[in-house]
Design a protein around this ligand. Sequence first.
Ligand code: F6P
Length: 545
Amino acid sequence: MSTRLTEMPAWTALTSHYRMMKDTLLADLFAGDDRRGERLNAEGAGLYLDYSKNRVTDETLKLLLALAHETGVEVKRDAMFAGQRINVTENRAVLHTALRQPRGATVMVDGQNVVPDVHEVLDRMAKFADALRAGQWAGFTGKPIKNIVNIGIGGSDLGPVMAYEALKHYAQRDLTVRFVSNVDGTDLVEKTRDLDPAETLFIVSSKTFTTQETMANASSARAWLLAALNDEAAVARHFVAVSTNADAVQKFGIDTANMFGFWDWVGGRYSMDSAIGLSLMLAIGPDGFTELLAGFHEMDEHFRTAPLEKNLPVLMGMLGVWYNNFFDAQSHAVLPYDQYLQFFPAYLQQLDMESNGKHITLDGQAVDYQTGQVIWGQPGTNGQHAFYQLIHQGTKLIPCDFIGFCQTLNPLPTPDGPPHHDLLMANVFAQTEALAFGKSLDAVLAEGVDPALAPHRVFDGNRPTNTLLADRLTPRTLGALIALYEHKVFVQGAVWNINSFDQWGVELGKVLAGKIVPELKAGAEPQLAHDSSTNTLIRRYRDRR
Ligand code: F6P
């Protein structure tokens, strides 16, 4: 991008437009257009987005889409889909979209079509999954595998654990599936304490196969297994690997015949639909996994082809830019009204914050505008009884995404009232209505509230929300939903002119931790010239451990 973002025509137009819009009330926008809710929505890949409860007019939308265009969102999108090396700091293509291309499609990387390779791995995963699910992949003692423990962290954990929880309804329930990520030994100990090693399979998932946490957990898991089975040969029946690093997998002692690969053009946080999803495939079966990929692909196609004004990731991305860069909103809440999506906000934290938590542009300059927001959330209705107070009546502007489903997977009537699902969904509609329109002082006083107490009961409203509705939580819907957020993150990174696909920011801490580990041994003195705070903390820990 040669012109600085803040000097672009659409940006400067938005800056003046913001001055007109900053005090505009959603209530007035709705009063001025009784079809607003019917107009300001878009649909794609089975997802319906109502964005009418945002502080935007048609002019705002026109300017935001002009900004998307001026910053080259479409050109950058096409470059990504075409396999160009848009991850410039690592000189890599960014092709998670190739992972969900149907058999027979063509995506070229360095002169080679990668789609057949993708399907070769998927086929091997499916064969393995079918055997294991049928009880035909026996452990070392001949007992069938009943427990699966995925060991991985970051993108090698958050996607699989989120999707496993999200799709539990479709899972083979006689398999126990667990996820160990934290280097804190408690994680491994608690997740294995009631498992029979003879019936347990570990999937060591690590793109690099060098990540400290995963390697430590994998070694300890092997020791746990060998303590019970007493034979190195058992490892081959109880460990498989998912990685791009065959040498390291072999060194660890896992037969590369039991390794499922992927490629450097798949970023960690974009990898849950690669072999990193093996634990999920074992749980929901190859057909369910194929459906998930179909949902991803449907959203990819929507993102690639829908006009900007009907394009869900573009609309959500640009609305986020509007609040982040013009209203100075610091955070964005994602509030799924479905218990199965309990880990979706945590998954999005890595997807969004590791991607767009950057302050250097693609041209190597420091930005003079805000980039990635703090992403947070929790399933409704639980969040309502925890932090919604601040969203409704606090001093911060927190745009929110509400996510709901028209049909529940667990229809549960209440003995003497409406079904659970109606109660749940009534809260979605009520919350977005309350956030948008609030409650005036007059309305409070009309209820006969003591005037001295009335201000406490006033809701200013004007809090913006998106509502995403889908018919039902299925593997396909989940795929579309994840791809929607992947591409939303892409759109914002494109506008901010940053590289959404590297993560140098996690390196420094990793390197320093590696150097400090030997200093924690008894008798050792801190080797490095740490600051006096770090040295004192290390000594105190060593003295009292
Ligand atoms: O958090 C940094 C990171 O590199 C993530 O991007 C990645 O998902 C995670 O570590 C795990 O890496 P690996 O799959 O190589 O173990």
